[in-house]
Write a protein that binds this ligand. Structure first.
Ligand code: NCD
Length: 309
């Protein structure tokens, strides 16, 4: 039984190196089983509840696919407007209720810190699928898994993270995992959307090599991977500020031609206009492969936290 059994997954930077390694190797074993067409039964008799208080396509559907591929079953609350939260039920009461129905709970909620609060309310494992501008640990894990698959070892790579690094929660944990693996980090964002200073300071304390700037083309000439994020419209109080910044970085074929040869392009998706559709045919465009990798990585997480790996 691994140390992940019974654990909540709230922030991936709190995982030990051994736990991280175990998640990635379990994901790769499940991916091989899926490719071979094996019928898995690890989660037979178990129920996953997915509670989504914010929109989602990939995260919810890939968690649900992961559970079904492991032989388990799924109950879902995808639209808070049709649940009791619309009647004013507290998150804690909703969690206590769902705990009576499910063996593991995946939750996405607009409030930073809500995943911790949800996990504290129940005894079953809780997995954070995004808490506002806070964290999105399972995305960070599938991003690391994708980078390893696309590039081999992470050590020594240079990775540019571009876009809304302030509100884009997926990068907030990814950078810790990358820094731990010996990756050089370049941050490129429009003014006002920089990586939170507390995170940058933390990374420097960990000994990470980081540079920050505004020139995406220059960063792409030095990078093995470009990780693009969406400007997070829903986090802006002032729509005019969003309009000013949206479209400030657009990756197109011409930019890739000027970039380091073989550069991989990643994006957690959804994209709005940060990457033009013509980039999709470029062989280093990894974002749809990245989305597909969500299934084996989430299979690994579900199986490990319930001790059924
Ligand atoms: C991200 C999210 O929800 O934080 N999407 C995802 O889970 N793949 C990124 C985003 O919304 O921009």
């Amino acid at each position: 039984m691994s140390t992940l059994c019974g654990k909540d997954i709230l922030r991936s930077d709190l995982l030990s190196d051994g736990e991280l390694e175990l998640i990635l190797s379990t994901a790769s074993r499940f991916e091989r089983a899926l490719t071979a067409g094996d019928r898995l039964t690890n989660m037979q008799g178990q129920v996953l509840a997915t509670l989504f208080f914010e929109p989602s396509t990939r995260t919810r559907l890939s968690f649900e696919t992961a559970m079904l591929r492991l032989g388990g079953q799924v109950i879902t609350m995808a639209d808070p407007k049709t649940s009791s939260s619309a009647k004013g039920e507290s998150l804690v009461d909703s969690m206590r209720t769902v705990e009576g129905y499910a063996d593991v709970i995946v939750i996405r909620h607009p409030r930073k810190g809500s995943a911790q609060e949800a996990a504290d309310a129940v005894a079953v494992p809780v997995i954070n699928a995004g808490d506002g501008t806070g964290q999105h640990p399972t995305q960070a894990l599938l991003d690391v898994y994708t980078m390893q698959k696309e590039k081999g070892a992470l050590e020594g790579l240079t990775v540019t993270l571009a876009g809304d690094l302030k509100n884009g929660r997926t990068v907030h944990l990814l950078v810790y995992l990358l820094a731990r693996s010996g990756v050089r980090l370049l941050f490129v964002s429009p003014p006002g959307l920089e990586m939170p200073a507390a995170i940058t300071a933390d990374l420097k304390k960990l000994g990470a090599e980081i540079s920050e700037g505004g020139d995406l083309a220059a960063a792409m000439r030095r990078s093995d991977v470009l990780y693009v994020t969406r400007i997070q419209r829903e986090r802006f109080e002032d729509p005019a500020a969003y309009e000013r910044l949206s479209g400030s970085y657009v990756v197109d074929r011409a930019m890739i031609q000027q970039a380091k040869p073989g550069i991989s392009i990643m994006h957690p998706l959804p994209r709005v206009d940060e990457i033009t559709a013509e980039v999709d045919d470029y062989e280093g465009a990894a974002y749809f492969r990245q989305a597909a990798n969500g299934v084996p990585v989430r299979m690994a997480l579900l199986a490990l936290v319930t001790g059924r790996n």
